[in-house]
Design a protein. Structure first.
Length: 388
């Protein structure tokens, strides 16, 4: 009998966390859950911990702890709260960790998992955008295996397996184009949070759904790809592909282009990281190309979607710029979701933040977090000017 693999899910109550739990619950003999973490959703965390028999359940927000205690106090699940407890859960030495906390809040826990040297399935793209060099260097030092969860990067990883980078000409990231793909700027200006999170193909958390509508998500993914795949900043193209069937492509020097295809269901890339280097069964819908019928591709429109250009500029500038962009975007998306600013203001706030704040390149995670704090505060001030 093979030993059960120990796993931890950071961000277990979110969209990626729940998809991960769904796969793990289907194979109770395969996985032993060391820890599950959440921010405030005590009920979701407690239910999941009981379902998978987790050893530990950790809630980041102290205010949600009484509810967690009420729900799990009589069970065998250890409970804890606070940011330090989330870090401790991340550092508890699971063989496989899902890093699926949204935003820079995930940076510390993701780094703690990477420092342990196990396998880290990386969904938390904001952490990699803000601290890419430091994170990749830490993984090299600790020997951690980073497996990309984002469907595009997961697709690239699959198309690259065992390839020599010298034989790769370019990487083509696909983007659905989001819910506002065909709208004018004037129409986009009137879009509400509910319309922005209604993604045509994927069911995701609110923040990444808004990022998909502005195309900032693709911009962040460009920076993410730059860190994961050593091709240089010019080695990546973006193509709009509204059907979300081709998840990304790798072009080799001989003219071959390899693509990974599949139904738009995050359980497919997550399963790839869970089973790697093997494959596992999933309950996902099988791809029926005849039913899909037509696959289309378009060039991205940098004028209607300025977030894409901002991300490319931040990547080329390097240093602290990607961290500033990411922090400003998080602030602006939160302000949009709270109904304080309009949809088009998100990219404007990110642009003003990039212009107005230019710190030196960070040399440590503490410095990244410091830049993140300062950039957030500057972006909050800018957001007030846009508030209605
Ligand atoms: P969700 O908003 O659905 O979930 C976020 C998770 O993080 C929840 O468990 C939440 O807890 C937890 N969390 C939020 N803030 C904190 C905090 N301050 N401290 C500790 N935990 C926190 O996000 P998604 O699952 O959509 O996305 C997660 C990450 O994966 C993001 O970085 C996203 O870009 C990336 N990703 C997501 C995809 C998707 O399909 N959803 C696809 C590709 C990448 P609580 O529920 O208690 O608030």
């Amino acid at each position: 009998m093979t030993a059960r693999r120990t796993v931890t899910i950071l961000g277990a109550t979110g969209s990626v966390g729940r998809s991960t739990l769904d796969l793990i619950e289907r194979d109770p003999e395969g996985f032993e859950v060391l820890a599950l973490t959440a921010n405030r959703d005590a009920q979701g965390l407690a239910d999941a911990a009981l379902r998978v028999g987790a050893r530990r359940a950790v809630i980041a927000d102290d205010a949600a702890f009484p509810e967690l205690r009420e729900r799990l106090g009589d069970s065998s699940v250890e409970i804890a709260c606070g940011r330090e407890a989330v870090l401790a859960a991340a550092a508890a030495g699971a063989e496989w960790t899902m890093a699926a906390i949204v935003g820079t809040a995930g940076l510390g826990p993701t780094m703690a998992a990477i420092e342990q040297g196990g396998t880290v399935a990386l969904a938390n793209k904001e952490a990699l955008v803000s601290a890419g060099e430091i994170m990749m260097e830490t993984a090299r030092t600790s020997g951690a295996t980073l497996l990309p969860v984002d469907s595009e990067h997961n697709a690239i990883f699959q198309c690259l397996e065992q390839a020599d980078f010298r034989s790769v000409r370019r990487i083509i990231l696909t983007a659905s184009g989001g819910p506002f793909r065909q709208m004018s700027r004037a129409e986009m200006g009137g879009m509400t949070p509910a319309q922005a999170v209604a993604h045509p193909n994927w069911k995701m958390g609110a923040k990444i759904s808004v990022d998909s509508a502005t195309l900032m998500n693709k911009g962040l993914e460009l920076i993410e790809a730059y860190h994961l795949f050593p091709l240089g900043a010019d080695g990546f193209d973006i193509v709009i592909h509204p059907q979300s069937v081709v998840h990304s492509m790798v072009e080799y020097h001989d003219g071959s282009v390899l693509a990974q295809l599949g139904a738009p269901d995050m359980r497919i890339p997550i399963a790839f990281t869970l089973a790697w280097p093997q494959r596992m069964e999933t309950p996902c819908q099988r791809l029926d190309l005849v039913k899909v019928g037509t696959l289309t591709f378009e060039a991205p429109d940098f004028e209607r979607f300025p977030a894409l250009g901002l991300a490319r500029a931040a990547l080329l500038a390097g240093g602290a710029k990607p961290a500033v962009l990411n922090a400003a975007n998080e602030v602006a998306v939160a302000a949009f979701l709270a109904g304080r600013i309009g949809f088009l203001d998100i990219a404007s706030i990110a642009a003003s933040s990039l212009e107005g704040y230019d710190p030196a390149a960070p040399a440590s995670i503490d410095e990244v977090l410091d830049i993140d704090r300062q950039a957030r505060s500057a972006a909050e001030t800018i957001a007030i000017r846009y508030s209605h």
